[in-house]
Design a protein around this ligand. Structure first.
Ligand SMILES: *[C@@H]1O[C@H](CO)[C@@H](O)[C@H](O)[C@H]1NC(C)=O
Ligand SMILES: *[C@@H]1O[C@H](CO)[C@@H](O)[C@H](O)[C@H]1NC(C)=O
Length: 333
């Protein structure tokens, strides 16, 4: 019996500091603004540029002279370059909701004979990477992804499901739209609602609106939600035998904001202070397994320009790194 405490997920906020602008970086700054279509008023420009420069320095420091990065992964300047670490942390306040104890909803098996590599994306279980942008909908995107995978398993059809439907309508179950949400409550909403629309009939708007769910347009349904016991072995077993699993991690760190490639390992990561939901779509290892370069393959919701075309590899079997196994869940379809 595992008591599970659920949190509401705020997804990603971003970054602060006030360094003195460096004119040498000016050309790069102009290029970066064009690349990401950023425009600021005069007042903003100075502060944004200062933040960007700080981030640039931090990224260069992390990647080092050889550009190989520290702790097994590299970082890169990306579209989040004008956001500070403080902004990021300030908006990632976790909200705890009551402890739920539902023994029957906890996956029984903790381990089994499973393959060394799994990639559900290659087997057609995973839709394209989404972008949450101005709406903190990571929890809804994670839940939609887990249901998409199980629907594919059942029907052989991969249909992108409506994140907007979850954002607008799971308020009924205590979620808070574009502000924050809880994956468990979102699954419960789908179950109680008796359906979920597809992206095609209820597209993403990147802002909250009134609930416009129509049963006639329902595309997916679930019978319930299962909790994965809080261990990496149990998560591995779930990923291997079920499919993509909804998870959440501590993503407060600059290293995550600017992650590019390699196996993400953040020395200051917490396995309890969880803030960002994503979807585990597989696992594997790089090089010799005995060297401990094992990873979880995780689909993020920050667009395809972030990380490995929208994905991140997170250190596996490193003591529940960043809480990857703390909130594993999947729907019963
Ligand atoms: C948890 O994260 C929040 C920001 O998301 C931070 O303010 C708080 O200090 C963190 N708590 C711990 C125990 O690390
Ligand atoms: C189903 O979705 C389509 C596309 O959004 C919409 O035009 C139609 O009114 C919906 N059907 C019902 C019964 O709400």
């Amino acid at each position: 019996m595992i008591p599970v405490v659920f949190l509401t997920i705020l997804c990603l906020g971003m970054a602060s500091s006030t360094p003195s602008p460096d004119p040498i970086l000016d050309a790069d700054w102009q290029k970066w603004k064009i690349k990401y279509g950023k425009t600021y008023n005069l007042e903003e420009e100075g502060r944004k540029k200062a933040v960007w420069e700080e981030n640039m320095k931090m990224i260069k420091l992390h990647n080092g002279e050889n550009g190989l990065g520290k702790n097994g992964f590299t970082m890169e300047m990306n579209e989040f370059g004008d956001m500070t670490g403080e902004e990021f942390r300030n908006t990632m306040i976790n909200f705890q909701v009551p402890t739920l104890k539902k023994e029957k909803n906890v996956q029984k098996r903790l381990a089994g004979d499973v393959p060394n590599f799994i990639n559900w994306k290659k087997r057609g279980y995973v839709t394209t990477v989404r972008k949450q942008s101005d709406c903190n909908a990571c929890w809804a995107i994670s839940v939609a992804g887990a249901i998409e995978g199980q629907m594919f398993r059942k029907t052989g059809k991969l249909i992108p499901l409506s994140v907007q439907n979850l954002v607008d309508c799971s308020r009924s179950h205590g979620n808070e739209g574009c502000y924050r949400g809880n994956t468990y409550l979102a699954f419960e909403y789908v179950k109680d609602n008796g359906g979920l629309e597809s992206e095609a009939t209820y597209p993403y708007e990147d802002k909250e609106g009134p609930c416009r769910y129509s049963p006639d347009n329902s595309t997916a349904n679930i019978r319930g939600v299962m909790l994965v016991p809080q261990s990496e072995n149990a998560l591995m077993y779930a990923v291997a035998t079920i499919g993509p699993i909804s998870i959440a991690i501590d993503a407060r760190h600059n290293s995550f904001q600017f992650y590019k490639r390699g196996i993400y390992y953040e020395p200051y990561c917490s396995s309890r202070n969880i803030s960002h939901s994503m979807l585990v779509v597989g696992y594997g290892f790089e090089g010799e397994e005995s060297e401990g370069r094992k990873y979880w393959l995780v689909k993020n919701s920050m667009g395809i320009k972030w990380g490995i075309r929208g994905y991140v590899k997170i250190a596996r079997d490193h003591g529940n790194h960043c809480g990857i196994a703390t909130y594993g869940m999947y729907p019963l379809v």
